[in-house]
Design a protein around this ligand. Structure first.
Ligand code: NAD
Length: 319
């Protein structure tokens, strides 16, 4: 197997693996998992050179952090550990400084560590934007001064909100999801150039479009419009016809994008770790990519509403 590649995450001195471990599946977000297998997946990923792990108290309502903390016992110094604050349930948000301070203590306990490499404010489009800039981010900076957190960031879906808050709040990094993959690519025009100009690091999550670009298909809660799910299914069929697997092609496509340090893919099985590492050596047949692009073009960049409507009034675009 090819050795892992690492890239420096802008805005930080962190060297992160180009394939990162998204830990939301450890919280049963994509269906119940076997916790022992999840633990083995984490340890196998570290053995294979994956060093970036991303989690949140929201995933499985603390379950993913608990499980990841257990799996990382004895391996903490080998990884770059990122978690989040501000989102605690489907409709449960609290971006107050008080909650941020308490949240990080709870996360540290669950993750069995005394520092975080990255702390993100989670899904900021659901909060009051001015509160995020003037209260939440200053609280994150205080945690940085206290040495509990090394770098700070924001995550969310609407690119204009991410760009605005990351720049005005002077965060170190930002994480976007479902905005750069085979089905959606507007991250390249609407977020990456702004962050680059300000020296803010960029992490790209959900290369499989939260399960649409897999042979099993998406979970029932997936918010994408039906025609996007159908396009994903068609892409999977085209990949099979070319004798390859849609998830490998989808991940490779993201790894070929140079303006993000790492691509975070959700994993809870050792076999998915192995499958995703195969993307390191894969190449995409240009004829296959052309056929995928033709199939996807009617729905390319079709996204969904996420967060407060006020985002629309302020920016002219909710997404
Ligand atoms: P994803 O696109 O990575 O897809 C995950 C799904 O694909 C899971 O069902 C997983 O079991 C499956 N899968 C993974 N590898 C596979 C393979 N080789 N073959 C077949 N199926 C495979 O979506 P995601 O998990 O939502 O995103 C990755 C990570 O990014 C998350 O775990 C999380 O850490 C982060 N993320 C953050 C936010 C946010 O901050 N708002 C949002 C989305 C994702």
């Amino acid at each position: 197997m090819k050795e892992m590649e690492y890239r420096t995450l802008d805005g930080t001195d962190l060297k992160v693996s180009v394939v990162g471990f998204g830990a939301s599946p450890l919280g049963n977000e994509f269906g119940a998992i076997d916790p022992d297998e999840g633990e083995r997946a984490v340890r196998h990923a570290i053995d294979c050179g994956i060093n970036l792990f991303d989690v949140s108290p929201y995933y499985g309502r603390t379950l993913a952090e608990e499980r990841l903390g257990k799996a990382l016992a004895g391996r903490r110094t080998e990884v770059v550990l990122a978690t989040k604050c501000g989102r605690y349930d489907v409709a449960g948000f609290d971006f107050s400084a008080r909650r941020v301070m308490a949240s990080v203590e709870e996360s540290l306990k669950r993750l069995q560590t005394d520092y975080l490499d990255i702390l993100h404010a989670h899904d900021i489009e659901f909060g009051d934007r001015e509160q995020i800039v003037h209260e939440t981010i200053p609280a994150l900076k205080k945690l940085k001064e206290q040495g509990k957190v090394r770098f700070i960031g924001v995550t969310g879906f609407p690119l204009t909100v991410l760009a605005d808050v990351a720049v005005r709040g002077h965060t170190d990094v930002a994480m976007s999801y479902c905005r750069y993959n085979l089905l959606v690519r507007d991250l390249d025009t609407d977020l990456a150039p702004v962050l680059r100009e300000h020296g803010i690091g960029l992490l790209n999550a959900s290369p499989l479009h939260m399960g649409i670009l897999t042979d099993c298909g998406p979970p029932a809660w997936h918010p994408a419009p039906d025609e996007v799910k159908q396009a994903g299914k068609a892409v999977a069929a085209i990949c099979r016809r070319y004798g390859t697997d849609v998830s490998t092609v989808a991940l490779r496509f993201c790894l070929d994008y140079p303006h993000t340090a790492s691509t975070l893919v959700g994993m809870s099985l050792p076999s998915h770790v192995d499958a995703n590492l195969r993307a390191l050596t894969a190449t995409i047949d240009p004829a296959l990519l052309a056929e995928i692009d033709r199939t996807v073009s009617p729905v390319l960049n079709r996204v969904w509403q996420s967060g407060r409507r006020e985002s629309k009034r302020r920016t002219g675009s909710v997404v």
